[in-house]
Design a protein around this ligand. Structure first.
Ligand SMILES: Nc1ncnc2c1ncn2[C@@H]1O[C@H](COP(=O)(O)OP(=O)(O)OP(=O)(O)O)[C@@H](O)[C@H]1O
Ligand SMILES: [Mg+2]
Length: 272
């Protein structure tokens, strides 16, 4: 994929754990059932995500994708089964900045007055938490260096020109890019992204996919829901087909075929 300027994440973003080590997410027999609903939203879902993987979660409307993201991010606690993030429970991970979650469009409340650059700088909070001594000397929590890396993260998603704007004034695609800049700044090790490409133009899609692929190459684990099967088979290392239960999971070439897609979507997609 061609990008106007070379994206350089070296030095800006790097997950310091060897790829191929322990699972970042281990989900075992996860089931979920909303009150007053006849059937389960998720049925015995078991999978692992490894460091450095970009995994696309594909399934029809109502397949349980958002339900799964809400469970993985700790928003929805009404589930059964076992869940571990980097070998720890969700409760243990709650205050950690290693996990970042972008809800599906419409669920993000950005409607408060905060500048784009501050949204990204706030992603550095995990790093400055132990530097409160700075206040004793009348210094801001965030150093010049922190602000510079926030700006570099904005440059990586080509949003530096909008750094002085109120986040609420940005378009949907621009907000998604800023969200990614914050994930870069906070050195997120696990990115849970619910349809990050929905409603974005080709340019934004290119930038988002490129940054995500590079973050995965630098050791992050990216788990993203997508309806774009054709695109997912180019950029995903693995695809997880979901329709309340797992229909298939594996490299795109093993999972994206007519039989599988028929099973998930219940009809032929005339895709081949
Ligand atoms: N808060 C809720 N209360 C009751 N039922 C819900 C709730 N949220 C989701 N559901 C139901 O659970 C099922 C799974 O929904 P979910 O939002 O997880 O699907 P999805 O795969 O994200 O769909 P989409 O592609 O439309 O975003 C659906 O049948 C939905 O109607
Ligand atoms: Mg959804």
């Amino acid at each position: 994929m061609e990008l106007a300027k070379d994206l350089e994440l070296d030095g800006l973003f790097e997950v310091r754990q060897p790829p191929g080590s322990n699972p970042v997410v281990a989900a075992e027999n996860i089931s979920a059932h909303y009150p007053f609903s006849k059937e389960r939203a998720l049925d015995n879902v078991t999978f692992k995500l490894m460091p450095g993987e970009l995994v696309a979660l594909v399934g029809p409307n109502g397949a349980g994708k958002s339900t799964l993201f809400n469970i993985l991010s700790g928003v929805n606690r009404r589930y059964s089964g076992k869940l571990a993030i980097e070998g720890a429970t969700l409760a243990e991970k709650q205050r950690s900045s290693c996990v970042t979650y972008m809800p599906q469009e419409g669920q993000i409340d950005w409607d408060y007055p905060i500048l784009v650059q501050d949204v990204v700088t706030l992603g550095l909070y995990g790093m400055v938490r132990n530097q409160r001594w700075r206040r004793l000397f009348g210094l801001s929590d965030y150093s010049q260096e922190h602000r510079a890396s926030a700006l570099r993260a904005l440059q990586a998603v080509e949003m530096e020109a909008l750094s002085d704007r109120d986040i609420g004034t940005l378009s949907g695609g621009q907000k998604k890019r800023v969200f990614l800049a914050r994930a870069l700044a906070q050195q997120a090790r696990l990115l849970l992204l619910d349809e990050p490409l929905a409603g974005v133009d080709q340019r934004s899609e290119d930038v988002i996919v490129k940054v995500l692929a590079q973050m995965a190459a630098q050791g992050a684990t990216v788990f993203m829901a997508s309806h774009d099967i054709a695109g997912a088979r180019h950029y995903a290392n693995r695809i997880l087909l979901l329709n309340k239960r797992i229909i298939g999971m594996g490299p795109p070439e093993d999972v994206i075929n007519e039989t599988m897609l028929n099973k998930v979507f219940g009809r032929s997609l005339h895709f081949f």
